[in-house]
Design a protein around this ligand. Structure first.
Ligand code: BMA
Length: 312
């Protein structure tokens, strides 16, 4: 049994039927703690196929969700043409130094999906910094602090060379706007591997005494479509270019009916996680089958113990 996370008994925790206004699907939420609660910034797909983001809040991160009555962050294609076909898959990080939350999200531009950044103090007002990486690039998150004076960001550019696989990259910036020193950190493994088609960051990197815990999605191409599963890696605390460990096996993947069946079957796609200080559990929020939001939990220490036995 390779699974290291336990599904919440009340799954799925949010569906389109829970929405205060018409929605086709609600999935791939970013997550953070805000005002003593868990806040999810949920990707909502409307009936045109265009996505926006709406906040849902819960005191314990499990139940009692309250959804904003209106969209929290709508695409703004007039001022931000990169958002022409919507905004998707947010990752939320609190930047201590700025006293702000940073939201990296996919802006679906006419040139393809790219990485955009917005900051917010309160999840009511957002300040857009616009595109920070050109298309096609997705699955991006900042680290919450600088390394030797520079910000760092994980992302997943799409290679164009025939046969090249989409890998996870790391880049640095002096000011959150200009990014460089790009380097690959986690590659899709070739051949028969479960993560052979592509890999991409899930939730933002989680700082632990043993290193930055990375939860990533790995994809396999099959005769009946792609399967999106979840793996783990550990990056060096002071130099996140160094991968200390990487799980050989996936640690979570589609098996429940709501993960197997939906708009896109066989997808578990986490974009956010928060620590429950009372229990030491990591609460991982994921989109299930591009249709609804679900929760799976694992004691953080168990994940770190498991990684200690994973390949270097
Ligand atoms: C990825 C992203 C996700 C989506 C997943 C499965 O490429 O677009 O938003 O959940 O595919 O369809």
């Amino acid at each position: 049994m390779a699974e290291r996370f336990r599904r919440y008994a009340g799954n799925p925790i949010l569906t389109a039927a829970d929405w205060p206004y018409p929605a086709n699907a609600v999935f791939n939420p970013g997550a953070t703690r805000y005002n003593g609660e868990v806040l999810l910034l949920v990707r909502v797909e409307d009936f045109q196929g265009i996505s926006h983001l709406t906040a849902a809040r819960s005191p314990d991160g499990r139940s009692g969700w309250r959804v904003d009555p209106e969209p929290t962050l709508l695409p703004d294609p007039l001022r931000h043409p990169e958002e022409f076909w919507g905004i998707e898959d947010p990752r939320i990080v609190f930047l201590e130094e700025e006293g702000l939350y940073a939201v990296t999200y996919v802006a679906y531009s006419r040139g393809g999906p790219l990485v955009a950044l917005a900051t917010t103090p309160d999840f009511r007002t957002f300040h857009r910094l616009g595109p920070i990486l050109p298309p096609e690039d997705k699955d991006a998150s900042l680290f919450p602090r600088r390394f030797r004076g520079r910000w760092a960001m994980i992302h997943r550019p799409m290679p164009t060379a025939p046969g090249a696989r989409p890998n996870i990259w790391l880049s640095f910036s002096p000011d959150l706007r200009h990014w460089g020193d790009h380097t690959v950190i986690i590659e899709a493994r070739p051949g028969g591997w479960w993560d052979s088609d592509r890999v991409g960051l899930g939730p933002p990197p989680i700082e632990t005494p043993e290193g930055w815990l990375i939860i990533y999605h790995g994809v396999r191409q099959t005769a009946s479509g792609r399967i999106y599963r979840v793996g783990l890696a550990l990056l060096d605390l002071e130099d996140p270019r160094k991968v200390i460990r990487r799980s050989a096996e996936w640690v979570f993947g589609p098996s429940a009916p709501y993960e197997r069946v939906g708009d896109v079957p066989n997808v578990t796609f986490p974009c956010g996680a928060v620590l429950d200080p009372a229990s030491g559990e990591l609460l991982m929020y994921y989109g299930a089958a591009d249709t609804c939001v679900a929760l799976a939990t694992a004691p953080l220490q168990d994940l770190l113990d498991y990684l200690r036995h994973c390949p270097t």
